[in-house]
Design a protein around this ligand. Structure first.
Ligand code: NAI
Length: 295
C-alpha cells in the first residue's frame, strides 16, 4: 500500500500491462500508465466512454483508478530524437476525473520520467509491458537489418532507456519488471523478425541491469517469461491460438493462462515479499517451459 507504479505499454484492457495494473491496484498501488502515442486517442476515448468500466472492477468490488495517462514512445529517448512530423502541441484534457495529457512535445522515456517527477516526485514500481517487431511475421533468415534493429529498439533498448530515466526517481527498495517470452531460449517458429533476439537481449539485460541499479539505486530488476495470451500484440503475430492450444495440450497445468495470473506474479515481484529476488527470469506459463517434449 502507498506505492506508486508506472506501467509502460497499456493501450487496451486485453494485454498483460492492464492485468498488471489491476493486480498492483488491488494491492493498493497508485497507477500511472504510459501509452504508445499512435494508440493514445483510442485508449483515451475508450476510457472516457466507459468501455473499460467492467474491466476495472477489482476483486474487492472497487474500481481501478488510473491516476494519469502519459503519451509514450519508447523508441525515442529524448526530444531531439522525435521526427518533426510527430511533434504535436501539448493539449491537456480533464474528463471524469481522469487527467490526460493528450500529446506532448516529446514522448521518450527521458521526457516522460521528467513529467512523472514533476507531477508526483517519485515512483516505486516500473513495469515494461511493450514490444514491437515490424517484421515479426518473417523468419529470422528473411528479416532485414532495419526490421531486426527496430525489434531490438522497441522491445529491448526501450527497457534500458526507461530504467535509465526512471531509476533516479525510484525509491530505494523499488522494483522493475518486464515481460519476456521463451522464444529467447527455445526455437518457436513464427516468432520472427528478430523478436526472439530481442527477448534474449531483454533477459540478458535483466541480469546486467539488476547488478547496476541494484548497486546504484537499491532497485530490483526481474522479467516474467509469460505463456501465451490473446492480446492485441499477440494476435498481430498470427499464431497465438495455436500457441494457446499447444500449451493446453502439453503444459503440466492444463488450463488457459489468464492475464491475471501474470498480473499477480508481477505484484509479487513488485512487493517486499520478493525483496531478495533480482536478475531473475520468472516463468508464469503453467509450467510449459519445463517440458522437454510435447505429449
Ligand atoms: P499488448 O498489445 O497489450 O501490449 C503491447 C503494448 O506495446 C501495446 O500497448 C503497444 O501500444 C505498446 N507499444 C508498442 N510499441 C511501442 C513503443 N514504441 N512505445 C511505447 N509503447 C509501445 O500485448 P501483450 O501481449 O500484453 O504484450 C506485453 C508484453 O508481454 C510484451 O513485452 C510481449 O512481448 C510480452 N509477452 C506477451 C505474450 C503473449 O502471448 N501475449 C507472451 C509472452 C510475453
Amino acid at each position: 500500500a502507498g506505492k506508486r507504479a508506472f506501467i509502460a505499454g497499456v493501450a487496451d484492457d486485453n494485454g498483460y500491462g492492464w492485468a498488471i495494473a489491476k493486480s498492483l491496484a488491488a494491492a493498493g498501488a497508485e497507477i500511472l500508465v504510459g501509452t504508445w502515442v499512435p494508440a493514445l486517442n483510442i485508449f483515451e476515448s475508450s476510457l472516457i466512454r466507459g468501455k473499460f468500466d467492467e474491466s476495472c472492477i477489482l476483486p474487492d468490488g472497487s474500481l481501478m483508478e488510473i491516476t494519469k495517462v502519459y503519451p509514450l514512445d519508447a523508441v525515442y529517448d529524448c526530444p531531439k530524437d522525435v521526427p518533426e512530423d510527430e511533434v504535436v502541441e501539448s493539449v491537456k484534457k480533464d474528463f471524469g476525473g481522469i487527467d490526460i495529457l493528450v500529446h506532448s512535445l516529446a514522448n521518450g522515456p527521458e521526457e516522460v520520467a521528467g513529467s512523472v517527477k514533476k507531477d508526483f516526485g517519485s515512483i516505486d514500481i516500473l513495469v515494461h509491458s511493450l514490444a514491437n517487431g515490424p517484421e515479426v511475421s518473417k523468419p529470422l533468415l528473411e528479416t532485414s537489418r532495419n526490421g531486426y534493429l527496430a525489434a531490438l529498439s522497441a522491445s529491448s533498448y526501450s527497457f534500458v532507456s526507461l530504467l535509465k530515466h526512471f531509476a533516479p526517481i525510484m525509491n530505494p527498495g523499488g522494483a522493475s519488471i518486464s515481460l519476456t517470452y521463451i522464444a529467447s531460449e527455445r526455437i518457436i517458429p513464427g516468432y520472427g523478425g528478430g523478436m526472439s533476439s530481442a527477448k534474449a537481449a531483454l533477459e540478458s539485460d535483466t541480469q546486467v541491469l539488476a547488478f547496476e541499479v541494484g548497486r546504484k539505486h537499491k532497485i530490483r530488476v526481474n522479467t516474467i517469461s509469460a505463456g501465451p495470451l490473446r492480446s492485441r500484440a499477440a494476435k498481430a503475430i498470427g499464431f497465438i491460438d495455436m500457441m494457446i492450444d499447444y500449451s493446453l495440450a502439453n503444459a503440466p497445468l492444463q488450463k488457459e493462462l489468464s492475464a491475471e495470473e501474470v498480473g499477480n506474479a508481477a505484484a509479487f515481484l513488485a512487493s517486499p515479499l520478493s525483496s531478495a529476488i533480482t536478475g531473475a527470469v520468472v516463468y508464469v506459463d503453467n509450467g510449459l517451459n519445463a517440458m522437454g517434449v510435447g505429449v
